[in-house]
Design a protein around this ligand. Structure first.
Ligand code: 3PG
Length: 210
């Protein structure tokens, strides 16, 4: 986790990469890296997502390539086999946490309530994803959670965009923000990879404003 944490401290943004073919996934990743982001979350939302993950891991050894939308223990095993550096889930699944831990891979399960957060805390986890962040209370719920779970760190995802990024990042317990705004569907479909590079660079600039 420490190298991943160092990268996230540097750039507190985790872009989602979604594609059904490895060539496109590599182009998206290349554009993000060119823009300065080196922590990438490849989401398991297409038939070929695992192949995309594996291709990106091989092509960009300098990046931290994680798997997102990981729903169960089988998928957790598989993304680890394909080289995922970290794992993100929309919810909290004990069997996935156990598999990731046994393999020594960081897992950020999603939580949306105090009960789920307490469960994560009692599992010994210290970093979770808040999902879907904007719908479950946004920065306000993060501040409320943080006053109770004092050492917990969060990666809000879901509805994060350039308009609210700074508000999230200004909360001390927010490790990083995740989101798909950096890899818009229309830019991918039109192969407008320069747009992705520009969005990544703009997000980094924005995140450095204090
Ligand atoms: C996720 O998987 O974390 C979310 O679907 C991302 O949400 P966004 O598309 O609003 O960034």
């Amino acid at each position: 986790m420490s190298q991943l944490l160092d990268s996230l401290r540097n750039n507190r943004i985790v872009p989602l990469v979604q594609s059904n073919d490895s060539t496109t996934a590599l182009k998206i990743s290349e554009a993000l890296l060119k823009g300065g982001l080196d922590v990438l979350e490849i989401v398991l939302r297409t038939d070929k997502a695992l192949d995309c993950l594996e291709a990106i891991v091989k092509e960009f050894p300098q990046a931290h390539v994680g798997a997102g939308t990981v729903l169960n223990a089988d998928q957790t095993h598989e993304v680890i086999r394909r080289g995922a550096d970290f794992i993100v889930s929309p919810g909290l699944d004990l069997s996935s946490v156990k598999v990731a831990r046994a393999a020594g891979i960081s897992i950020l399960p999603g939580i949306a309530t105090a009960t789920e957060l307490q469960e994560a805390f009692n599992l010994g986890l210290n970093t979770v994803k808040l999902f879907p962040a904007s719908l479950v209370g946004g920065p306000k719920i993060l501040k409320a959670f943080s006053s109770v779970f004092r050492d917990m760190q969060f990666m809000p995802t879901g509805g994060v965009n350039p308009d609210n990024l700074l508000e999230y990042l200004s909360i001390p317990s927010v490790l990083a923000c995740g989101g798909s705004w950096l890899t818009p569907k229309d830019a991918v479909e039109s192969k407008n990879y320069d747009t992705i590079t520009r969005l990544a660079a703009e997000a980094i600039e924005l995140s450095k404003v204090r």
